[in-house]
Design a protein around this ligand. Structure first.
Ligand code: TXA
Ligand code: MG
Length: 362
């Protein structure tokens, strides 16, 4: 099988495939997804099999803009809001009004008609309303809720271009819809709504500050509460699988360059005297600095990429995965990535993805 890439103006075969329980590569504003009918267990099974994804890692269900209230999501068999307290419902409504359509996934009690496989047996389902025009067109024309994990093989870098979807899954699926390059570039923020607080289980473009502004005085916590982590013990990774330590990884070893880079490069020079390096820098300024340090350590440079000329987080996020992919495909033996000095706003998501892609240096 080799995938056919469809333009957004000719969606017919992809719509039919989705209605038949098949899977399709679908553009969203964050990353490309591998979409299938969320209420069809065969389609959901096919998503897991196509990605080699372990069944403990739950899927996000994508919904159309018309389903913009908790009652409508319940009516269409996505959530069961009768299991939410009035406070949780008010919190969800605030978040939906502020950030949907867009890169925010809400974990809400799942409807009984959503197959357990979608949520890996968890009582909540991740729900997201993508803002990408083509994703919305597909959702409206099929009338389906679409389960869609990122369209990469499990553990690999999420695809942000149609070419990246083709190289990950082109041999395994029939249809990929071309919606251009993704504008956000990192996966959606995933939040769990509780009565007492909101927990950010995966950072994304919708940052802690943005959530706090909308939810004040409710507390927004990054990660799970320590008491819940203790209770879950070894099952913690299963309750929030995006928190798996290693994820989004290139095939080549990647190491982080932290601080001013001198200590990291000293260790790297001692360990890899002969290798050629592929380097990801955050700005043009740091690109010059790191190039000089590499020379000073007599390290061999195969390729160096800059994520954003002025160290702007939006640009850096948009280019992050495609740049990592291109270094992975370059002649470099070992990859280095500059780690951001700030973890405010969208830098938090960039830092999170870089640290999950990296191997420990010591
Ligand atoms: O931006 C995105 O969210 C993209 C696009 C395609 O929409 N999708 C995406 O899906 O990143 P995926 O499968 O790569 O990541 C889904 C992650 C899971 O690994 C898990 O961390 C979290 O979302 N998740 C989903 N359902 C969950 C649940 N019920 N409880 C806890 N975490 C959940
Ligand atoms: Mg993924």
């Amino acid at each position: 099988m080799t995938a056919t890439i469809l333009g957004a103006e000719f969606l017919g075969p992809a719509l039919q495939a989705l209605k038949n329980g098949d899977v399709v590569g679908l553009p969203t504003e964050t990353v490309y997804g591998l979409a299938g009918d969320a209420h069809n267990p065969d389609a959901v099974m096919r998503i897991f099999a196509t990605k080699d994804r372990p069944q403990f890692d739950p899927l996000i269900v994508h919904v159309r803009t018309a389903w913009n209230t908790l009652s409508l999501l319940a009516e269409h068999g996505v959530i069961d809001h009768s299991r939410m307290t009035p406070l949780m419902q008010a919190t969800a409504k605030n978040l939906m009004d502020a950030f949907w359509p867009g890169p925010l996934t809400l974990l809400l009690p799942k409807h009984s008609t959503v197959p357990d496989l979608v949520t890996s047996g968890l009582p909540t389902v991740g729900v997201r309303m993508p803002s990408h025009q083509v994703a919305q067109k597909v959702l409206a024309l099929t009338g389906l809720a679409l389960a869609a994990p990122s369209a990469n093989r499990f553990g690999r870098i999420s695809p942000t271009t149609v070419g990246a979807v083709f190289s990950e899954l082109g041999e395994r699926i029939s249809w990929i819809i071309d919606g251009g390059d993704c504008s956000v570039g990192v996966e959606s923020t995933v939040v769990l709504i509780l009565d007492s607080e909101v927990q950010v289980l995966r950072p994304g473009q919708v940052s802690k500050d943005m959530l706090e502004r909308v939810l004040q005085p409710l507390c927004v916590r990054v990660g799970m509460a320590p008491s819940r982590l203790d209770r879950l013990g070894e099952n913690a990774a299963k309750a929030a699988p995006g928190m798996l330590a290693s994820h989004y990884a290139p095939r080549k070893p990647l190491y982080l360059v932290t601080g001013d880079g001198s200590e990291s490069l000293r260790v790297i020079a001692a360990r890899f005297p002969q290798e050629h390096f592929g380097v990801l820098c955050l700005s043009e300024g740091s690109q010059c600095r790191i190039t000089d340090s590499l020379k000073a350590h007599r390290l061999k440079l195969a390729s160096i990429l800059c994520l954003s000329p002025q160290e702007d987080a939006m640009t850096a996020a948009r280019r992050l995965f495609a740049s990592m992919r291109s270094l992975d495909d370059s002649s470099a033996d070992v990859l280095l990535a500059e780690y951001p000095s700030s973890t405010e706003g969208l830098w938090h998501a960039i830092a999170d993805r870089l640290s999950r892609a990296a191997r420990p240096l010591s």
